[in-house]
Design a protein around this ligand. Structure first.
Ligand code: CS2
Length: 452
């Protein structure tokens, strides 16, 4: 970033008018902390002048934080050896969701990227298909000005002619193809025609980004000498694997360390099942701990066995990739004591996360005639969480709570939850092996007799 923009930040974040965005080639939907600590940093490091217009789909806080700072913010990296901070200038504009369709239609925009979290897609997590019974999707389909991400995206695409790449950066299986399917299904149902050329490459994104705390704001101020209201905090590690299939060019993200490849699937499966699967296991089995680093200290062995015995055998390892070293590095990353990543942050939205993190592992192991003992332990811990969490933060909280209210004994809880097909599909409740493992684990977790 040039010195002049950095000085703008020092000048603070006062009330200078925002410069007219001249080089916005990327519109990003969902400009939360993850995007700012990940794709925006790669875009900055690519150094070839692409700017980002960030659009928040939910809270307007980020507009209040970054608007007066000309889009500038700092990334605070916390490693075991200490912290460092840098200012990022790739974000040129920050807008609220109602601007989405207009900006997606803008011919100067060549990439529309997304981090809207799993539930932001309003899809059925087990099948990846659009939930047409979702109340907001239903309303969008009545022809109102769309308010869902998919509705807004489809509306914007239908208004453009120039080619564009839609780049999904959320933790979903086959995220590019899944997003294409959702947009096409929506467009068909809404009677909207999309005629521009589009590409939907898949990506694997990885960087742990806990919610920013007051202590992080203070630490960044100490390091930078300026108060930044938009600090994001993260670990030193970062990884981005992108399918190299773009309709209208891209930044030189490879120059910034991203891996551009023909096939993202092996990386994606590895990351979803090993990192995210272990994360969810730690969050539910370790819900008595506030932070992941504390949970992994006690539950590291169980996580390791999940990786070695259940997830590992289901993976195709990319050529030249060292799986043992990857698994070990995950445990080291989770144990980073400086990161203060809350287990509760990961426990959110379990219904949307379980299928691609744990249930694919379960299916593959069952098909191979094996018992997915550790994956089942993680799923049973989620069931216990559904039963006992004071407030269940999940888009399916209503049906899940209603289901467990009809059951008391562990075997009954397992049966009512396995019947939630949005999560388990129609097939998993048919597996005697899986059901028995769940009942065994949930019985132990309920009686307090579990080693975990
Ligand atoms: C986490 C992820 O909150 C969660 O569910 O598992 O956000 C995780 O930290 C990232 O995917 C790491 O790349």
């Amino acid at each position: 970033m040039n010195t002049e923009r950095k000085d703008t930040m020092r000048l603070s974040l006062t009330s200078r008018p925002r410069p007219v965005p001249s080089s916005v080639g990327i519109v990003h939907l969902g400009i939360g902390a993850f995007h700012r600590a990940h794709q925006a940093v790669y875009t900055e490091d690519a150094g070839d002048g692409w700017g980002i217009c960030g659009i928040t789909q939910r809270s307007a806080t980020v507009v209040e934080q970054l608007g007066p700072q000309d889009g500038l913010y700092s990334v605070l990296e916390r490693g075991p050896e200490g912290a460092s901070a840098r200012i990022i200038g790739a974000v040129r504009e920050v807008l609220t969701g109602d601007a989405t369709a207009g900006r997606v239609a803008d011919p100067a925009v060549r990439i529309v990227s997304l981090t809207v979290t799993e539930k932001g897609y309003r899809h059925d997590p087990a099948t990846g298909r659009l939930r047409i019974d979702d109340p907001e999707i239903r309303l969008d389909l009545t022809g109102r000005e769309p308010r869902t991400v998919i509705g807004r995206l489809a509306r914007g695409l239908s208004r453009r002619e120039a080619p564009v790449t839609i780049l999904c950066c959320d933790n979903l299986s086959a995220n590019g193809a899944t997003l294409r399917g959702l947009v096409e299904e929506y467009a068909e149902r809404a009677g909207v025609k999309i005629t521009c050329e589009t590409a939907f490459p898949s990506t694997m994104v990885d960087r742990i980004v806990p919610a920013t705390t007051a202590a992080d704001l203070d630490e960044a101020e100490r390091l930078l000498g300026v108060r930044d209201h938009g600090v994001v905090v993260t670990e030193p590690f970062t990884q981005w694997v992108i399918e190299d299939s773009f309709a209208a060019g891209r930044p030189a993200w490879d120059e910034a360390g991203a891996i551009l490849t023909g096939d993202v699937a092996p990386y994606e499966l590895m990351k979803l099942r090993l990192l995210n699967g272990s994360h969810s296991m730690l969050a539910y089995l370790g819900s008595r701990f506030t932070y992941v680093a504390e949970a992994v200290d006690v539950l590291g062995d169980a996580v390791r066995r999940y990786m070695d015995e259940d997830a590992g055998p289901t993976l195709t390892v990319p050529d030249g990739f060292d799986l043992e070293e990857y698994k070990a590095s995950l445990l080291t990353r989770f144990a980073n004591p400086a990161l203060r990543h809350r287990t509760a942050q990961i426990a959110m939205d379990g219904s949307q996360k379980l299928p691609q993190r744990l249930l694919g592992v379960v299916r593959d192991r069952l098909a191979a005639g094996a018992e997915p003992r550790w994956a089942a332990l993680a799923v049973a811990a989620w069931m216990r969480h559904v039963q006992t969490a004071g407030e269940l933060d999940d888009p399916l909280a209503g049906p899940l709570r209603e289901a467990v209210s009809r059951a008391d004994r562990p075997d009954a809880v397992v049966d009512v939850l396995l019947a939630v097909t949005e999560v388990f599909g129609p097939d998993l409740r048919e597996s005697r092996v899986f059901r028995d493992l769940l009942v065994e684990h949930l019985t132990e977790l309920t009686s307090g007799g579990s080693r975990y």
